[in-house]
Design a binder for this molecule. Sequence first.
Ligand code: CMC
Length: 426
Amino acid sequence: MKNAKLNVNDEIIELPTFKGSEDEVGIDITSLRSKTNHITIDPGYANTGSCLSSITFIDGEKGILRYRGYSIEELAEKATFTEVCYLLVYGELPNIKERDKFSKSLRKHANLHEDMKRFYDGFPLSAHPMAILSSMVTAMSAFTPESNSWEDDDMDHSMIKALAKVKTIAAFSYRKSQGLPFIYPRTDLNYVENFLHMMFSDSQEDYHVNPVFAEALNLLLILHADHEQNCSTSTVRMAGSSQANLFATISAGIAALWGPLHGGANQAVIEMLDTIKKDNCDYKKYVNMAKDKNSDFKLYGFGHRVYKNYDPRAKVIAKAADRVLNELKLDDPLLEIARNLESVALKDDYFKERNLYPNVDFYSGIIYKAMGIPTNMFTVMFALGRLPGWLAHWHEMVASGTSRINRPRQIYTGSKIRNFIPVEQR
Ligand code: CMC
């Protein structure tokens, strides 16, 4: 490929360009500052590639998402979440032997250290489960000394422990918020069954995992498993680039995910749909509010930095929401409200001109709700799904051996140097 030419103060410099495997092109500006003393400014990083990665491909214009070359639609239909975890972290789908060994390790490590349970006592019942999740994941570093080592085997153990235990931490945060006893994981259940068992078992009675729930959860976790350099994954790469241990790094990703513009949107969507329901389904009012630049209100679950077409994950989830409610013989008015809101927004010029479509968070909450998962757990569910993606990106970065600490620059716009004035003279 030809070099790009940049004219800086009438001096032309050449910058190498390169193509990715799907023909997307980048300009390598690593020599820009040393050659020109200039930097680039790109608030929100909409034009900045932070790394090369072989994990996930998105074509936002065409609405394409693939993990390691496999289309999201095919994985959603045919894979288990455990297989997808393996695929993201190790690069290939596991064969039977690899899958069984991997599943066995996840089951073996699913229990938390008994002392970790005591941390839950310190949280008020009203604590948001995301607050508990991020604190407990950081605390995991104290119980996993190998997470401070960069040996291949130690990194692998740490990743397995993260995958195995974060779902237990998540289920325990729900039990804590309900004032219910913790239910321990079982070695005879698979990943999603184990999570549902730890969430909903009654300590006095046998609990049978509803296969409709298990199938829906498997699907939702797969659809959330990775999304290339989104806010939380970039945060994981940022924190991990300082060589912070894996659990501190993942906890940084969890914190970034929490906001309503990112993973917190799934909670915000259900709250928004509820508000619309209470307001006599006045869709136009809310669509107008979302368009009003003087209002903070957004249509949560709509729009995306990368997708300028229907989010392929939202398509799959919208169909699944229908199916799950049908199979469970549930009639949730919020599904109808979501469909109507989508239809009003998609006909509106503001949304059409800006290519704003429903994203992954628009319909997911309706399924979680049908499964009995409370609204404030929705973002925790997103975190559970996104965990393998965070691990895969962390591992790709660390294992490459070429990564530097991530440290953007800035253009300073503050005061020039000035003299200190003693407090009584100010
Ligand atoms: N409601 C109203 N207006 C919107 C919305 C929305 N949901 N999303 C984007 N816009 C407007 C935005 O204000 C801008 O308007 P203008 O051109 O007049 O300034 C225009 O559409 C283009 O926005 P953008 O540059 O594409 O937006 P962005 O890339 O900065 O932000 C976003 C992406 C997802 C944060 C944003 O669309 C949003 O806030 N959506 C609602 C929150 C949400 O659903 N988040 C979940 C994202 S998907 C799951 C995940 O990855 O976490």
